[in-house]
Design a protein around this ligand. Structure first.
Ligand code: ADP
Ligand code: MG
Length: 453
């Protein structure tokens, strides 16, 4: 028998637990030079397709000696064809069995494991410093997969300090050690969106099965779960199941679990049982080390003076530091400058340096906008959809995006706890209005001048 023979060979290549979880549940059927493997559900189907299809195919070629012999993996059950429909079709015999997929090919594609890991963020290019020592050590511990003492691992800290990078590094490392490990990285908003679409399409069972069958679940920025109780509830259940199964969970957020607003007590207390580690703003030495590493990667040499000058100025977060370096590299390449002097740096970074000096905050922008339109700052935060308030609010979004270093979610949070999709929408709308309506263009120009002069 072809499949039992093949299974015996696979058992020599693949971990026993994986054979039991993914290969034994398959039901095999031979038909016209194709081995059909029927998976009981989409998860098994997706995993086998992604991880084992090639090796199964190789063994089948070896056993049959026929390079044309195909292997097809489907979700399906074996069904007997009814005589009438067969006769109508006129092609198959009554005794023949066909394989009926339970789902359409689109949804099958969706259920295969997409891990969303960014390969560019690894431990290899993460610079260690005092500010991230503990978080880095804890992340390595999880990634090394020796034991699961720190579960969940909760990494917190301000914007641009390297939380997302560490999370991807953990996921990539887990996959490096075991390419078959199913690791999912997701922003908390994507988790919520996925759940909403599962609710809408009546496929909550699949949703649950999907998330509850992973080896590691990495959820970024859980502060955006704020007030989404149903999602939190769902996440909590998934979370408990994965913890019981001793699977890894890594979470990030901008503050300690106890300070994350809108988190249910149950979730908060469960998270607190793991390990929380903080990423602090990097000290000067680490900032310079990061600059050096990143500039070397780009094939650029920075003198000590230049590296310290940039490191000293861009001192709040690493994203900002990177932004400055990217600008410098672009300028140097465009102008074909070979000697990166202080003058070159000051000239290339003049815009960034000005905005650093002026330190325009979201609060300052809100005040300027409220003053101009003669409304209260609280009106900008309010839920009101009155046009007289929506427009100033959207204008504030545009100005915050342009004049501060804040991320879109951060801008949204500071404007009445709106999500970043709302900020994107507001920005788009207002940018268009500024171009089309004289009044808005004037408001924009006057407020911006009052802030930047
Ligand atoms: P956060 O998720 O905390 O907002 P990110 O992980 O997105 O921050 O980091 C912002 C940028 O800084 C990313 O491009 C990341 O690769 C880089 N970065 C952060 N910390 C380090 C570090 N220690 N070494 C090298 N690059 C870093
Ligand atoms: Mg992040």
């Amino acid at each position: 028998m072809l499949w039992p023979d093949c299974l015996n060979r696979l058992k020599l290549d693949i971990k026993e637990s994986n054979v039991a979880s993914w290969l034994l549940p398959l039901h095999a059927k031979e038909e016209e030079g194709t081995l059909y493997l029927l998976a009981p559900n989409e998860i098994v189907c997706g995993i086998v397709n992604e991880n084992y299809h090639k090796i199964i195919q190789k063994h089948i070629h070896d056993i049959t000696g026929d390079l044309e012999h195909k292997v097809t993996i489907l979700v399906g059950t074996q069904v007997e064809q009814k005589a009438s429909s067969l006769q109508k079709a006129g092609t198959k015999k009554i005794s023949e069995t066909i394989y009926q997929p339970n789902i359409d090919s689109n949804s099958m594609k969706k259920r295969t494991f997409i891990n969303y890991l960014n390969k560019k963020m690894s431990f290899g290019n993460y610079v260690e410093g005092k500010s991230n020592q503990l978080a880095l050590a804890a992340s390595w511990h999880v990634a090394d997969n020796i034991d699961n003492d720190y579960n969940p691992l909760y990494i917190y800290g301000g914007v641009g300090l390297g939380k997302t990078h560490l999370m991807h590094a953990i996921g990539n490392q887990l996959r490096l050690q075991d390419p078959e490990a199913s690791v999912i990285y997701l922003h908390s908003e994507a988790f919520v969106n996925d759940m909403i679409s599962a609710l809408r399409t009546n496929s909550m069972d699949k949703f649950k099965e999907h998330y509850r069958s992973v080896d590691a679940l990495l959820i970024d920025d859980i502060q955006f779960f704020v007030n989404k109780e149903r999602s939190q509830e769902e996440f909590f259940h998934t979370f408990n199941i994965l913890l019981e199964l001793n699977k890894h969970i890594v979470l990030t957020s901008d503050t300690l679990p106890r300070d994350v607003k809108g988190l249910t007590d149950r979730l908060r207390s469960r998270i607190s049982k793991g390990l929380s580690v903080e990423l602090q703003p990097p000290d000067l030495e680490t900032r310079v080390a990061i600059l050096r590493k990143k500039s070397e990667e780009a094939g650029l040499h920075l003198s000590n003076d230049v590296a310290f000058f940039i490191g000293q100025r861009f001192n709040t977060n690493i994203r900002e530091l990177e932004g400055a370096l990217v600008k410098l590299i672009a300028t140097v390449k465009l102008t074909k400058t070979s000697n990166i002097t202080m003058d070159v740096v000051k000239h290339a970074l003049q815009d960034q340096l000005i905005s650093l000096n002026s330190k325009i905050s979201i609060d300052l922008i809100k005040k300027a906008v409220a003053d101009f339109f003669n409304i209260r700052i609280a009106d900008l935060d309010s839920k009101s959809r009155k046009r007289a308030l929506v427009r100033p609010r959207q204008l504030a979004m545009v100005l915050c995006k342009e004049l501060t270093q804040s991320s879109l979610p951060e801008i949204g949070r500071n404007l009445g706890n709106r999500d970043h999709a709302t900020v994107i929408h507001g920005n788009k709308k207002m940018t268009k209005l500024i171009k089309e309506e004289k009044n808005m263009e004037e408001a924009y120009r006057i407020i911006k001048r009052s802030l930047t002069n």
